[in-house]
Every structure is written in C-alpha cells, then in structure tokens.
Write a protein that binds this ligand. Structure first.
Ligand code: SF4
Length: 526
C-alpha cells in the first residue's frame, strides 16, 4: 500500500473525523391511524442516520402533503404541524447532507408532480451517474430546483410514469437507469412504494403492524420496534413493493445483482438494537471485539469503548482477553453536530463537548480503548490525550474495522483519499500521530467472520467497488498510486437513452445479474 504523505486539512468539524450515513428512510401504510405521528416517532428512531434535515409526506386519498425543514425531527415538527397532516400513507426522511447541499430544497421527501398525480420520494444513498441523467432530463426540458441526486430520481420516475402511464413501470424503468447504492420509499395519494438497488448496498426492511393494521418499511428494524411492527423480511435488492387498498404486492423491478450490503452499517451506522439477517448489530460488534482480541491481544488493567459504537466491541474484547470492562469516556448526549472553526483550540473543544474522561476509572490504569474506525485520526488523537490527561498510564488503541483507505461513493460521506489517514500513513505512523502506546485494526477477514452472512461491500477498506464508478464522478478522489477496481470511463448506462428506455420492456440490469428466485406477487392494479 502506498504510504505517501499528504497534508491533512485544517478545515473541518469535529464530526468530519467519522464516516457519515447520509439518510434514513421510512414508509408507513396504515389506514385509520395517525400516520404523520407514526412517521414522527419512527424518524426519531432513525435520527442517528441524519441530523441535518427531516421531513414527512402524507397521502390522504386525494393528494400528498409534505412538511420538511432543516433541523432535528423534534425541531422540524410541532404538534400542530402533525395535526394538519391527516392521511393513511406516509413516508419520512432524515438527512445528513454533504457541505454543498444544506438547503431547504435538498431536504426530503422530494415532492414532484406527474400530470395530476403528486408523489413524494425519500431516498438514502448516492447515484453515481446522476450527472449524466440530470443532463439528459434537462435536455428533455425538465427543470430542477436542487442539485441532489434524489431530485434526479424523482424527476426520472415522473418522466417514465408520464410516458408509460404506470407509476410502477416508471419506477422499474428508473431503476434500470440508476447506478449506485439506494433505498427509496415513495408515496402517492393512495399507495406506498419501496425499492432498493440491485446489490442491496443501502438497507431497507419490511415490517407489519399488529392486527393487520398496516405495513412499515424502514432503513433499520429499530424504527419497526418503536411503531410496534413485526419484522417480516429485508426488501429484496431490485424489488419493488407496492402497498395500497388493493393489498401488498411485490415484483422484481430489475434483476438482483451480486449482493454488496454496506458492512459499515454493522460496524458503525446502524443502532445496536437493530437486527440484520437475524442478528443484532450489538452481537455482531461484540463478536468483532472478540475477534480483535484474538488478532491483536493486549494486556491491560481495563478495557473501555468510545461511546456508543465502540462499547459492544469493547465488551467482546474484554470477554475474550479475560480483562475487566468498564466506562472510561462519558458522552454528552445533548450535543448534535457542531461546526468548529479551523483552529486547534476550537477543534479540541469540539471533542470535549461530546466526550469526557471518567477520571476515577482511568487514572493510574493501563487502558485498551476500542473505537469503530479511524478516518482522519484527529478525534482519536484527542481522545487518547483526554485519557492521558485524566491519568491513564498507557492507552492501547484497537479498532474493530480495517483501515479506511478508500472513499465511498454509495451514500456515505467520506473524504477524498488524501484526507483518509490510512491512505497516507502506515499503522505505526498513525500510532505515532494519535500518541497511542499501541494500535491495531481488525482484519478484513476477521470482520467478515464476525457478521452473519456473505455478500458485503468492503470497498472503503479494499478499493473493490461493487458498482462501477464513472471517472468523472470520482475525479480527484484518489491519490496517485492507488488503482481501485471498477473505475470506468463512463457509467454503464451512459449509452442508454432515456427516450429509448421508455419504449422497452424492463427485464433487468442489461446483461448483468440473474433473475431472482424469490417468489414474486403481482400487484392487482396500478
Ligand atoms: S464503500 Fe464502505 S461505507 Fe461505502 S457502501 Fe461500501 S462498505 Fe459501506
């Protein structure tokens, strides 16, 4: 691996030292229930996936109403807002936006009109070919209000639906054109739709409310729990689900491709009480900690974790090593994102706002400190300092994921490669930079052995990207000497014209993947 040095930027917030999920999505079909309030509670459960904006769209049988704004769920909605949104079907969204798109227009759900039909779209993910799709749509005379790929998806669905006169056909054709990682929930006045990219990169689960009262789709099962919905299954990659007065129906919008679930969901993004493929995120992280202890054992007086995602692997590490596990860092749970000016003093304040050392537990002790990842290294350095200032005699850092050396293009806000410390420094150089007494990362095979299934995307560790990255999209993201696989001169769909797709029956992702063996239930009517 190249170890060239590149300057680490000074322009950052304390949050810039973590990968960020860009969104959480939710959909509810529950006639006779207060779906706006249900969406409000469901979004609270997904708040960790995005704190920049929140929104809910409700269908009442004749139209769709949207309320969205910048801020946390609790800041965006008042009781009277929710009372003014009666209906029986809803989608909701929380967003973590990248720096170029912090605007009301970029908040979701995205409202769009298709002739006299109104739709609202909630999207988690990133479309790597959105620029070329947007250009084509603009050439067709379709105007845009934001620079988001979510609006591109909504406009494309609108265009195809107008041409085919069927929303489901519009969604299927749009799926055949979109490339990247996405999970989407869409509401019209009388139906809920949910669909997911053919690799299943971004998560989406289906649940059922008690007493047959309706259905819920969500980014994570913790949102089902808060609504009292039973987990039914994952939304199948490439599947389109439709729920309306006609009942539940499903079909494969495009063929499934090689599975590539985002493994960072299991490492960091998802809540520990969420369940993926039958196992809780908590138990997976616990197992990662045990495996980390087998790979990089360390003698110490106490094992601590960086809250919250570092706590389960710290417990697992301590269990495997036969060492005591305890609290060493206390998190201030009332601090949301803090944008810190680029001075050393204020950056350190940013970390201290969120974390403080528990002096009684750490003073005079040799510590093992477990964290989920190191992105830039600046936060790890400050936490090690906090612990040493509180009297820890040694701080050994163990990371329950491999080194993040490659940027993500599928819905996670990562830096360009020059900002990723593991792309620039060896493990020993990073240890020296963060002032730890020792440092080790979990291996890729150790991580994959800690999770319940095969078929993960690990591109940010390996550079093996499951979906082609158009060179124009990734320009400037890679350092010299790094050669990711699956870089292409142009996107796979760049030779496909939107107008040609209108006329074709959609059968799959054009020459890739295989038809699913999942049972397919045909919808009754559109
Ligand atoms: S590159 Fe990393 S963060 Fe992005 S989808 Fe793949 S595993 Fe997840």
């Amino acid at each position: 691996m190249p170890t060239q040095s590149a300057p680490m930027s000074d322009s950052m917030s304390d949050d810039a030292d973590h990968l960020h999920e860009e969104c959480g999505v939710l959909g509810i079909w529950a006639p006779g229930r207060d779906v706006a309030r249900m969406a409000y509670f469901g979004l609270h459960a997904l708040q960790h996936r995005g704190q920049e904006s929140a929104g809910i769209a409700v269908g009442d049988g004749s139209t769709v109403l949207v309320r969205k704004d910048l801020g946390l769920v609790s800041q965006v909605f008042s009781d009277s807002d929710l009372s003014a949104m009666p209906g029986h079907v809803a989608v909701g969204h929380v967003r973590y936006g990248t720096s170029g798109a912090k605007s009301w227009e970029a908040a979701q759900p995205h409202l769009s009109a298709i002739n006299d039909v109104i739709i609202a779209l909630a999207h988690n993910g990133t479309l790597v070919n959105s620029d070329s799709l947007r250009r084509e749509l603009v050439n067709l005379g379709i105007p845009f209000r934001s620079n988001t790929d979510s609006e591109v998806a909504a406009k494309l669905i609108g265009y195809f639906t107008e041409q085919t006169h069927h929303l489901r056909q519009g969604i299927a054709r749009t799926m055949s054109m979109m490339e990247g990682g996405y999970a989407m929930a869409l509401v019209r006045e009388n139906a809920l739709y949910a669909f997911r990219d053919p690799h299943g990169i971004r998560p989406l689960v289906l649940g059922r409310l008690a007493d047959d009262a309706g259905w819920v789709v969500a980014s994570e099962t913790c949102a089902l729990d808060i609504l009292g919905a039973q987990f039914v299954r994952e939304v199948v990659p490439g599947e389109i689900i439709r729920i309306s007065d006609d009942g539940f129906s499903s079909e494969q919008g495009i063929c499934r491709d090689i599975p590539a679930n985002c493994i960072f969901e299991d490492v960091y993004f998802a809540r520990p009480d969420s369940v993926v493929f039958g196992r809780s995120i908590y138990s997976m992280r616990y197992e990662m900690g045990r495996q980390l202890a087998r790979e990089a054992p360390c003698d110490a007086d106490l094992v601590i974790g960086v809250p919250d995602s570092g706590l389960p692997p710290a417990e697992g590490f301590a269990h495997e090593m036969g060492l005591p596990f305890g609290e060493g860092l206390i998190k201030n749970r009332y601090v949301a994102r803090t944008f810190i000016q680029p001075t050393q003093e204020l950056r350190e304040l940013g970390v201290r706002l969120k974390l403080n050392a528990l002096r009684d537990n750490v003073a005079g002790k040799r510590l093992v400190m477990i964290d989920d990842s190191i992105v830039r290294g600046t936060t790890s350095k400050q936490i090690v300092r906090l612990l040493k200032e509180a009297g820890a005699t040694e701080v050994h850092v163990r990371i329950n994921s491999p080194e993040v050396s490659w940027p993500c293009f599928y819905g996670i806000d990562t830096d360009t490669q020059d900002q990723l410390i593991s792309a620039n420094k060896s493990v020993e150089q990073i240890r020296d930079y963060i002032e730890a007494d020792s440092l080790a990362f979990l291996s890729v095979s150790g991580l994959l052995g800690s999770v319940p299934m095969n078929g993960y995307c690990c591109a940010c560790f390996t550079g093996e990207y499951p979906v082609e990255i158009p060179e124009g999209f990734s320009k400037g993201n890679f350092l010299d000497g790094y050669h990711p696989n699956n870089l292409s001169h142009a996107s796979r769909t760049s030779q496909m014209r939107i107008e040609d797709i209108v006329r074709e029956p959609v059968t799959g992702p054009r020459g890739r993947g295989e038809a699913t063996s999942e049972p397919i239930m045909k919808e009754k009517s559109e």
